[in-house]
Design a protein around this ligand. Structure first.
Ligand SMILES: [Zn+2]
Length: 482
């Protein structure tokens, strides 16, 4: 049962307790209320003992208030015994009880017999048994054990989540030192403690109904307890409390999921804080209205640029834009037929058509997949695209056709054998009225002038000055009149 006992470290911190309010607003409202709850709680316990709900109790008050409390006890025919509280100089603890109970409690406290104290103040057998087990295991803080023993709890690793009614929330005593249960019960849902708490709450409601209502409100808040390396932290919506606990090597968490949220509580996204008052973007009406009219962004498929041997879409756009700028002024004829040798997926032709819609495009490429894409891209002229090796152009469907313009990627000519190159250039000479040869600077070829000279293809080098620059380079050759 004692999961945390297996995680205990061989040290313990000196006792301490620190409270931090989550805001001034929370403090202004709840600090005086908690002071009054401590008062109403003492009065309720005293009356509960007088009515036989419990045989005795321990009440701690400021030294100046001790006499008044003793008089109250006597007024209810109860015995009392003062025990100096060593840790706090200003506080005095009174053992109060029927008959000899007060002196019995005082004696048990002095000799450190915690089990006898528990018996004398009426702690149920189940809770005393749990107490003994816990002490035997070397654990002084019963929070985790009580949560582990709770019937209606869910355990996930070292986190326990509790969903009981407010009466099952026993973290309040750790946070604010006020609770109607004097000891942590054996389980958050211990029925014996539940009965005493209910009876004492009824008494408190008689003594101070306003305070009783505040307590009910607080018990309904979500709270969390966590412990790591000997420091426990109780978080509530209005304050956080840290205190010394058993030193464990790993973290233990308990979440009590409450039913109410104080309006002055802290705002936050983590348990147990309030969710932000301003709705998140995803909660807004505008967001939902927008979601009903989603515009599907057209993201081009990666083959758009990969087919054309560009590394990125941006590279391709840059290359095509520049080439377009260079080629457009060379297209002198309306409704010209244009052959793109090594057309890739014909995106460049598509761009060209967007400006000169009267063009009649044709294209060949050595890759069947690119041709399939080209037929998609320029679907109106799908039949004009065929898979073939540019160097075998004579043997293809467009081999015997004449064109106003032939567009050739320089790489195709540059990388072919001398024989194949001669054949292709001869075809261009014969079938195209104007031939435009282009290269992109990123292709890594020599300048257009150098290449065309090497091929003995003497056209108008339109771009000597930019051949190695950042722009596409183009050479144009007009077929000589026969
Ligand atoms: Zn119990």
């Amino acid at each position: 049962m004692n999961t945390c006992a297996s995680s205990l470290l061989p040290f313990s911190l000196r006792p301490f307790r620190r409270l931090a309010w989550t805001s001034n607003g929370a403090r202004q409202i709840w600090e005086p209320r908690i002071a009054r709850l401590r008062q109403s709680e003492r009065d309720a316990w005293l009356l509960a003992v007088a009515r036989g709900i419990a045989p005795g109790t321990l009440l701690t008050v400021r030294r100046p208030d001790a006499a008044a409390l003793a008089l109250k006890a006597e007024a209810h025919s109860l015995g009392w015994h003062a025990i100096a509280a060593a840790a706090t100089g200003d506080a005095v603890t009174l053992a109060v009880g029927t008959g000899d109970t007060a002196s019995s409690i005082a004696h048990a406290v002095r000799v450190g017999d915690f089990d006898a104290v528990a018996r004398d103040i009426g702690v149920a057998d189940c809770c005393r048994e749990a107490d003994r087990e816990r002490r035997a295991a070397g654990i002084r803080d019963g929070m985790w054990n009580a949560a582990e023993r709770t019937e209606n709890r869910s355990l996930e690793g070292q986190r326990i989540t509790l969903h009981g009614p407010p009466a099952h929330n026993h973290m309040l005593s750790r946070a604010f030192g006020c609770n109607l249960s004097e000891r942590l019960p054996c389980a958050f849902d211990c029925p014996n403690v539940g009965r005493v708490v209910k009876a004492t709450a009824d008494v408190e409601n008689e003594v101070d109904p306003e305070a009783a209502a505040w307590r009910q409100e607080m018990l309904g808040w979500s709270m969390s307890w966590s412990a790591l390396h000997g420091i426990a932290e109780v978080r509530t919506p209005v304050a956080k409390v840290i205190y010394a606990t058993d030193a464990t090597a790993t973290r233990f968490d308990i979440h009590y999921v409450g039913t109410s949220v104080p309006s002055e509580g802290a705002i936050g996204l983590t348990f147990p804080l309030n969710e932000p008052r301003h709705r998140r973007a995803g909660d807004s009406r505008q967001f939902h209205a927008g979601m009903e009219h989603v515009v599907q962004l057209k993201v081009p498929p990666p083959w758009h640029h990969l087919d054309n041997e560009f590394l990125t879409r941006a590279d391709m756009r840059k290359g095509h834009d520049e080439l377009l700028r260079r080629v457009l002024p060379l297209l002198e004829v309306n409704a010209a037929s244009i052959a793109d040798i090594g057309c890739g997926n014909a995106l460049f032709l598509k761009n060209l058509l967007a400006t000169r819609s009267s063009l009649i495009p044709y294209g060949i490429d050595i890759c069947g997949e690119r041709i399939a894409h080209a037929r998609e891209v320029v679907s109106m002229h799908a039949a004009h695209f065929s898979e073939c090796d540019a160097l075998d152009i004579l043997n293809t469907a467009i081999g015997g056709r004449s064109f106003d313009v032939a567009l050739v990627f320089a790489g195709i000519i540059q990388e072919s054998s001398a024989k194949a190159r001669k054949r292709l250039l001869r075809w261009l000479q014969a079938q195209a009225r104007v031939t435009i040869i282009y290269a992109y600077p990123t292709s890594g070829y020599p300048s257009m002038k150098q290449m065309t000279e090497a091929w003995s293809f003497h056209g108008t080098a339109l771009d000597d000055e930019i051949a190695m620059g950042s722009r596409a380079s183009v050479v144009k050759k007009r077929r000589e009149a026969k």
